[in-house]
Ligand binder design. Structure first.
Ligand SMILES: [Zn+2]
Length: 260
């Protein structure tokens, strides 16, 4: 529906956002078509981000029913439909905006997501996290190391240099894990207890003799295998905590996990 007052002074296009992209919009713009006046030079990417929706959340844009890329110039009278990253729908016949999906998903997390980083490592995912990273550094690591940027900061995802990112909606770490596992379809890719929870390195096999000084005598009697972190030297073993974590993981991903 065109807005006549705006149309008198600048071009007007109609926008509609689908599914979870509405999370970023004010209530009056959610799940409905709305008119928007814009400067002559606007790209569709600029317009979408002006509404608060980070480009990393968008996977498909239709202008008057035709797929376009982010650089498309918005024209007066356009009807623009904006869709989120699809996991459940087959849109293979259409032009997706994301570069090829990252099939071996790796992550970098912002400074507020330390617990989520540890949980992802527990499932075996490569999760880079430092409690003092700047926004600039996070964007750099995401791009340079092909890592999906997980953040609670929408502004960070609006940086042009970030191509793969996800705005984490949930506030509690376990809910955040469920959200990320669902969003990136991680359940079938887990390798629990393959990575150091403290420093993210892949564990290496180590015998009892190699780790004897770092573990309680009682534990040494009961176990033969002690996967060890090559960076911090911490040894792991499958004690009672292992069974509890295992149950926690199975409940979290609702799917049988691959055994180490
Ligand atoms: Zn370590």
């Amino acid at each position: 529906m065109a807005n006549r007052d705006l149309a008198d002074v600048m071009p007007v296009a109609n926008f509609r956002f689908y599914a979870e992209l509405n999370d970023f919009l004010p209530p009056e713009r959610r799940f409905t078509e709305f008119a928007h006046g814009f400067p002559d030079t606007a790209t569709v990417k600029d317009r979408i981000e002006s509404f608060g929706v980070p480009h990393t959340e968008v996977d498909l844009i239709l202008v008057n029913g035709e797929p376009v890329d982010f650089a498309c110039r918005v024209q007066d009278g356009d009807r623009i439909s904006v869709y989120p990253v699809f996991e459940a729908f087959d849109i293979s016949g259409l032009t997706r905006l994301r570069p090829a999906p990252l099939r071996d998903p790796r992550f970098v997390l912002d400074v507020h997501l330390g617990r989520l980083a540890a949980y992802l490592r527990m499932l075996g995912f490569d999760a880079s996290y430092q409690n003092h990273s700047t926004d600039e550094r996070l964007a750099e690591v995401s791009r340079g190391e092909h890592r999906i940027l997980l953040t609670r900061d929408v502004g960070l995802l609006k940086r042009g240099s970030v191509t793969h990112g996800h705005y984490v909606r949930a506030a509690k770490p376990r809910q955040q894990l469920l959200e990320v596992v669902g969003r990136f379809d991680l359940a079938r890719l887990t390798r629990p207890f393959s990575r150091c929870l403290r420093c993210n390195a892949l564990l290496e096999p180590a015998g009892k003799d190699e780790v004897r000084h770092g573990i309680p005598a009682q534990v040494a009697l009961l176990h033969e295998e002690f996967p060890r972190c090559p960076e911090c030297g911490r040894a792991y073993w499958k004690g009672g905590h292992f069974r509890r974590m295992r149950q926690w993981i199975d409940e979290s991903i609702q799917a049988p996990a691959v055994v180490l």
